[in-house]
Ligand binder design. Sequence first.
Ligand SMILES: Nc1ncnc2c1ncn2[C@@H]1O[C@H](COP(=O)(O)OP(=O)(O)OP(=O)(O)O)[C@@H](O)[C@H]1O
Ligand SMILES: CC(C)(CO)[C@@H](O)C(=O)[O-]
Ligand code: BAL
Length: 291
Amino acid sequence: MSIGSGIPGLGIEVARVPEAVRRRVEAWRAAGETVALVPTMGALHEGHRTLVRSARAGADRVVVSIFVNPRQFAPTEDFATYPRTENADLEALTEEGADLAWVPAPDVVYPPGFETTVKAGPLGQPMEGAHRPGFFDGVATVVAKLFALVRPHRAYFGEKDFQQLLVVSRMALDLDLGVEVVPVPTVREADGLALSSRNVHLSPEDRAVAPALHRTMARMAARLADGASAPEAEIAWGRERILEAGFAGVDYLDIRDPRTLEPVTRAGVPARILVAARLGTVRLIDNVSVA
Ligand SMILES: Nc1ncnc2c1ncn2[C@@H]1O[C@H](COP(=O)(O)OP(=O)(O)OP(=O)(O)O)[C@@H](O)[C@H]1O
Ligand SMILES: CC(C)(CO)[C@@H](O)C(=O)[O-]
Ligand code: BAL
């Protein structure tokens, strides 16, 4: 029996209605197979492929969702221009050996009458939460729906979106969702730029400037790890470097506890440096660990 709508020539099964996902996943579970989920917004790149490969290594079956979630974009943000490359995405997932692509339309995820949402807690308030009001409530709501539909044993999330990883991990625990959230290290270009779907919107000039973000954080991390200078001084230094390199603005550059996201005020302790900065029309985020 066929489920969902297959695309001729593609090896991956494509589900566009929840029943198709449920039926397939229940059959796998009944056969004793473990299920991994990789949530994405599509425009897949090597970072996403790495998540799929990690998921394949960690479970018998891999479901990848492709859904540009309107509820995590503010009206002023780039929902309309977010890159959408469905056919290329399905080809990439076929190459990576994923088992099922869940590609719903917005009104399938949010049908008329939809009104129940998940609210992120304190982990979702600073940084991305402060600059993108409602963002983490939108993420938590859609990820809760994905977890409820797919009921994966494990779900794979990139460290590139470090705050999101913490918010989702906390939600899985708080709501007893029984999903193990697995972090995957950030995949970077050779010059250090974190792969991101939005990088396609960088002009050639801005693409040349973009690696300054990671370069700056790497220098800050090295000095903080040595205890060579204080967090406050490093943040001021880093902001200057990023602006000097040609970024239009720094939304935040923070040094935080990697578990609680509380600000870190002294050197020589475990920490995460997190940044969001604007370059042309593109907003880039990134983070590095301070060992
Ligand atoms: N460079 C990367 N390395 C590892 N994981 C990544 C990378 N880029 C994205 N991911 C992860 O892929 C998943 C889906 O992310 P998403 O589809 O939003 O891609 P994205 O490249 O982060 O897009 P954007 O940066 O435009 O939001 C998330 O868990 C995200 O953290
Ligand atoms: C987790 C996610 C797929 C939820 O829409 C999104 O925030 C993303 O791509 O990181
Ligand atoms: N990768 C995080 C999703 C977003 O920026 O909307």
